[in-house]
Design a protein around this ligand. Structure first.
Ligand SMILES: [Zn+2]
Length: 289
């Protein structure tokens, strides 16, 4: 982890115009559905569809399972959203673009040199873009990678968080600092509580085990851990979660709570109280768990 990385240039503002969804499109979008598509070992791609929302693929780690789901639904993709450049999130995009030449690929403009296809819609963090008749918000979630972004479609009540926020966990810091990731998670935590969260990996049970080691007396966490285990043993995905559930239970969003700080201090053998330092220590403990 490079904690002393120099500040990187912000993504340039390719899409600056603010854009608002029409009331009718917004109302319909609340009934949009999201298919969870397992890819590779433990990745999830997603297909958002229905409710007048354009058919939108998110983070296709491989093409075949995504194409199978599109065929099952009888739809063609209109957009592909990519949260970051890692292979397990973009591995299928070239084939999807070849099979559907009109599909619009959307990602952070600053990642253009390390993406396998060119962007049809190059976005910058903290901007919005038109996703069909809807407005989609690009949330700066740097930390796992420099230019990682999340996609929030408020009218559909969903956010796609890639490798920033997981059920009861968060992504590893490969290119960013603990402070940056802490801020990224705070941006996600500030979304409306009922927002459904679709993350990039099925790490929930391992995250729950780690969270319970840090916060063992939390009855809500115990109940949630049991629920996650039941889902997994039935072969079901544990996604989506909600912002509300993660704010309440995810220890990486609770670094400012005294109980978490005290537990972390005990684990590392020294007093840690500043929320960024608590978060950094939690992330290190999880990396070594
Ligand atoms: Zn990644």
């Amino acid at each position: 982890m490079n904690v002393h990385a120099p500040p990187w240039p912000a993504c340039s503002n390719v899409v600056q115009q603010r854009w608002y969804s029409s009331a009718a499109a917004a109302a319909a979008a609340s009934s949009a559905q999201v298919s969870v598509v397992p890819c590779l070992k433990d990745n999830y791609a997603y297909v958002m569809h229905g409710g007048g929302v354009p058919v939108t693929v998110v983070d296709p780690g491989e093409a075949v399972p995504v194409e199978r789901e599109l065929a099952r639904l009888g739809v063609a993709p209109e957009y592909v959203l990519l949260t970051h450049h890692h292979d397990d999130h973009v591995g299928g995009v070239t084939r999807i673009k070849e099979a559907h030449p009109n599909v619009k690929v959307v990602y952070c403009e600053a990642d253009r040199d390390r993406m396998p296809v060119s962007a049809d819609v190059a976005v910058s963090p903290s901007s919005t873009f038109a996703l069909g008749d809807l407005q989609a918000e690009v949330i700066d979630t740097g930390g796992h990678t420099r230019h990682h972004v999340a996609f929030h479609i408020a009218d559909a009540g969903v956010v796609f968080t890639g490798d920033a926020l997981f059920v009861l966990g968060c992504g590893r810091l490969f290119e960013g600092t603990a402070e940056q990731m802490h801020e990224s998670l705070a941006r996600l935590a500030a979304l409306p509580p009922k927002t459904r969260v679709y993350a990039g990996h099925e790490y929930s049970v391992a995250n729950a085990d780690f969270a319970r080691a840090i916060d063992p007396k939390n009855a809500g966490l115990r109940a949630r851990a049991n629920q996650l285990r039941v889902l997994r043993s039935a072969g079901m995905p544990t996604l989506p979660t909600t912002i509300e559930s993660e704010r309440e239970l995810n220890i990486f969003l609770r670094a400012s709570e005294k109980e978490i700080a005290d537990s972390v201090s005990k684990s590392v053998g020294e007093e840690v109280s500043d929320p960024v330092n608590v978060f950094a220590a939690l992330r290190r403990l999880k990396d070594n768990a």
